[in-house]
Design a protein around this ligand. Sequence first.
Ligand code: TYD
Length: 132
Amino acid sequence: MLTHSQVIVHQNAKLCVLEGALLPFEVRRVYCICGVAVGATRGFHAHKTLEQLLTAPAGRIDVETDDGRGNKELYVLDSPEKVLYVGPSSWHTMTWRSEAVLMVMASQEYDPGDYIRGYEEFLAFAAKERSV
Ligand code: TYD
């Protein structure tokens, strides 16, 4: 789901703010990915429980999400105003369309055990989630 930050225009500058209800979970970790070659795609995983907000403070990154039920969405992150919520059980890839920085706010500290890195495993996980 694509949301927007609060935008404050101040002295010809734009301040993009996320606070209060614009943060749908308690942020426990923030990281940036930079130095990625234009055209390269990262991600190719889903999380079991992690919630994330993705934004591109600089440049353009296209994010594709897949819920494992045939619903794929493409989001263009090309402004710090745009913020994408990626919840658990969402297979996602991020493609650098320009020199860009990806900033991720996450609901939990890094836990390799929360990753699902195989697509078949993800489909099985998503199907199991549906049946609960
Ligand atoms: P990874 O999550 O696979 O990157 P991407 O989201 O682009 O697919 O992480 C790449 C490497 O960085 C991996 O070895 C794990 C490490 N890492 C941490 O140690 N802490 C973190 O918070 C993150 C996101 C990654």
